[in-house]
Ligand binder design. Structure first.
Ligand code: CP3
Length: 341
């Protein structure tokens, strides 16, 4: 079995498998060249030929143990009828949903059709990967995707979505229901096209008020996990509830995920003590250390490896690779984790 999948089954390997969140993207010169070939970022994601190539670029360069499908978490609201645009240098923009009238603009009708090109990407990547490399499919968790849908953009304090979740719970629940339905179908379709594991990104789980964590994070994620398992019981699922360390135990228990991505703000030993022993942990080098490189990166990487020795563990960052990261630092990190230096 592929080492990445063995680890997600709960086996502790001597050398942990390795992949990086945002391993494809702007830090790679070959990605920047490829990106020129499509006008908008959404068009890029929906062009299987380009997205297959973007997925494979970091595998060729570094030989990671897993490839992650090249797409974006914001394709799901786009497919529900809330058109996303990516403004150069500014990030995603939506016409925000703030009330019942806004909610009515969402529809499942075209979702599967709009997302169909992503399945062509998955199938193309699956056919091209080296035999030892696993393919990860992904989607955003409802809370994180809803933050963009309600705020209309990134970079806010999530005040609008917190207000909506507290004061118009039925509108919030309506958005979540749409996301659970579309995301479950989307992930099942990715598995059918060749994805061997799934990651659910909850990048903004840390901004959920404690009193809403169960309703906004755990239950919607659990519904997606259950829907995927009902159709494809064997596919391992990793959750990434970033910034939510105080809820890790409840998250692991309540969602039933096979693996948990740990952010760099959270101590891995604390995370290990918070979740059942058969839950695989993944993480958690600070992406800033990958950017900086040098002795601190090396020392912190070795600390992580030592702390997780003997436990089912996937090496990763605590969040994604940042665009200014020098590609040679990534090569060095791979050599350290592989035990070559
Ligand atoms: O290697 C990979 O990880 C593959 C693909 C991938 C992308 N986005 C490509 C992308 C994945 C898994 C994502 C997930 C994603 N997208 C998340 C969750 C993970 C995280 O980083 O927190 C979030 C919150 C998004 C939403 C998103 N997409 C934003 C806020 C932005 C703009 C900011 C930015 O980083 O540019 C994007 C755009 C985006 N998604 C790019 C890439 C490579 C850059 C756009 C470009 O290349 O033109």
């Amino acid at each position: 079995m592929k080492p990445f999948l063995q680890t997600l089954r709960g086996e502790a390997l001597g050398t942990p498998p390795l992949w990086l969140m945002r391993q494809a993207g702007r830090y790679l010169p070959e990605y920047r060249a490829l990106r020129q070939k499509a006008k908008g970022f959404v068009d890029f994601c929906f062009s299987p030929e380009l997205a297959i190539e973007a997925t494979l670029q970091p595998i060729r360069r570094y030989g990671f143990d897993a490839a992650i499908l090249f797409a974006d978490i914001l394709l799901v609201p786009h497919a529900l009828g809330q058109t996303v645009s990516f403004v150069e240098g500014e990030g995603p923009r939506f016409e925000p949903i703030r009330d019942a009238a806004g909610l009515k603009r969402l529809s499942q009708d075209k979702a599967a059709n709009v997302l169909a090109p992503v399945m062509a990407t998955v199938a193309g990547v699956a056919a091209a990967l080296p035999p030892e490399t696993a393919l990860i499919g992904f989607a955003g968790a409802p809370w994180t995707v809803a933050t963009y849908m309600v705020e209309g953009r990134g970079g806010t304090d999530h005040g609008e979505i917190r207000k909506l979740a507290w004061t118009q719970p039925e509108v919030f629940a309506g958005i979540v229901d749409h996301l659970v339905e579309a995301t479950s179908a989307y992930l099942i379709a990715q598995v059918d096209a060749g994805a061997e594991a799934l990651q659910i990104f909850d990048t903004w789980a840390g901004s959920v008020p404690a009193g809403l964590f169960e309703t906004a994070v755990i239950r919607p994620t659990a519904r997606i996990v259950a829907a995927v398992r009902a159709h494809r019981p064997d596919v391992p699922i990793i959750g990434f509830p970033r910034g939510a360390a105080s809820h890790l135990a409840a998250y692991a228990k309540g969602t039933g995920v096979n693996g948990i991505g740990v952010d760099h703000m959270t101590d891995l030993v604390f995370a290990a003590a918070s979740v059942p022993a058969n839950v695989t942990l993944q993480g958690n080098l600070d992406p800033l250390l990958l950017l900086e490189g040098g002795a601190v990166m090396e020392a912190e990487t070795r600390k992580i490896l030592a702390a997780m020795d003997g436990r089912p563990f996937l090496f990763n960052l605590g969040h994604g690779v940042t665009p200014p990261t020098p590609p040679e630092h990534v090569a060095k990190l791979v050599d350290i984790v592989r035990g070559r230096i």
